[in-house]
Write a protein that binds this ligand. Structure first.
Ligand code: OGA
Ligand code: MN
Length: 290
């Protein structure tokens, strides 16, 4: 196993490792160290079915349940409750979705800069996204480096945000795009969550801004002022020199740490299938570091 940096101080490729087979604890520990160092890890040429992808994710933490699975009577394309369907495929036909499909509407929210499951408590930790089918062009995923963004902030701003918290909700980020079709059951299962604006990695001590499209306001601040602060921080973490753009190939698995990165999907010709499937672990820290 070797590491190859794809973006300075950020995204890193792991070369020469097949993650579809049971791996020794020492390899998982080395990968966790690499995630802590890089924020985004890329593996190419993998062969993973859904069960194997979930089993791999379990080595790093407890997978969370797919947010769309809480809707009564919903028919999902993928059987496992841990598997997030990031595809543009219809659950009934397997073909690209109709333009007004509800699943498509929810997934369009992925085009906004966000981090996964910031609207949950515990929040999302690691996301692992695997490519089964990709369009001939477009549909890349961009990642912003929220640690370097924090490091570059003026000292006064660092000090200001270290004591602030934001409220996050899935309904907020979808409402921004005009989508509000959530049932009472979904709203009850996915209440808003409050998290500090600054994250600290307990193993490395590195600080990061923690923001997302899901953040609706900053506690203790007028809504408008909080939203402007969130917009400024998002801009700081997504300056062109802090963004790694991943061009997907079938067989790619990308792992990112949601606590120190932002990401967004880019547009593509949706008449082509794009089948990406994600497992996200919860941020459950061992008692010794909590
Ligand atoms: C995700 C996501 C973006 C994309 O899987 O969490 O935001 O490019 N994906 O599909
Ligand atoms: Mn996402």
């Amino acid at each position: 196993m070797m590491f190859r940096e794809l973006h300075p101080g950020f995204a890193t490729e792991v070369v020469g490792l097949d993650i579809g087979v049971p791996l020794p604890d020492a390899t998982i520990a080395a990968l966790q160290d690499a995630i802590d160092a890089a924020g985004v890890l890329v593996f190419r040429g993998q062969h993973l079915d859904d069960d194997t992808q979930i089993a791999f994710a379990r080595r790093f933490g407890q997978p969370e349940r797919y947010v769309l699975s809480y809707r009564p009577g919903i028919k999902l394309r993928l059987a496992q409750a841990e598997m997030v369907d990031v595809s543009n495929l219809d659950a009934a036909t397997g073909a690209p979705q109709a333009p007004d499909s509800r699943h498509r509407m929810v997934n369009l929210g992925n085009r906004l800069w966000h981090t996964d499951s910031s609207f949950r408590s515990p929040r999302g930790a690691l996301s692992m996204l695997f490519a089964h089918a990709v369009p001939p062009e477009g549909g890349e995923t961009e990642f912003g480096n929220c640690r370097t963004a924090f490091d570059r902030l003026p000292a006064a701003m660092k000090q200001q945000i270290e004591t602030l918290q934001a409220e996050h909700s899935l309904m907020h980020s979808r409402a921004v795009l005009g989508f509000t079709d959530f049932s009472p059951e979904e709203r009850a299962a996915l209440p808003a969550a409050v998290h500090p604006l600054v994250s600290v990695n307990p193993r490395t001590g590195r600080k990061s801004v923690y923001i997302a499209s899901h953040a609706s306001h900053v506690l203790g601040m007028p809504v408008a002022e909080g939203r402007l602060l969130l917009a400024d921080l998002t801009e700081a973490a997504t300056r062109p020199d802090l963004v790694y753009r991943h061009e997907w190939k079938v067989g790619d698995l990308v792992i990112w740490d949601n606590r120190c990165t932002l990401h967004r999907g880019l547009a593509f010709d949706e008449s082509f299938p794009r089948d990406l499937r994600r497992v996200t672990t919860s941020d459950l820290l061992p008692a010794s570091v909590q």
